[in-house]
Design a protein around this ligand. Structure first.
Ligand SMILES: [Zn+2]
Length: 75
């Protein structure tokens, strides 16, 4: 689990989802079976969740925050 991020990162995370919703690219049925870094277990994560974490890290880097843990594995 990743902790210790700024309020700007929370806002950026939600704005990334907003952009996906606006573009029509947030498909809840498009999933990947990966290890959820927050739980450590294999789960079907939405592509949107995985992509958002990756993009969120760009903002974290800009803000000097620690990277958010990314999903791993491929069953
Ligand atoms: Zn999210």
């Amino acid at each position: 689990m990743t902790t210790g991020h700024s309020k700007q990162v929370n806002l950026a995370h939600e704005l990334i989802h907003c952009e996906s919703n606006s573009n029509g690219t947030n498909n809840p049925n498009k999933t990947l079976n990966l290890i959820d870094p927050d739980t450590g277990s294999w789960e079907d994560l939405t592509f949107e969740a995985v992509r958002t974490r990756e993009r969120e890290n760009l903002i974290r880097n800009e803000q000097g925050d620690k990277d958010r843990a990314l999903s791993m594995g491929d069953k």
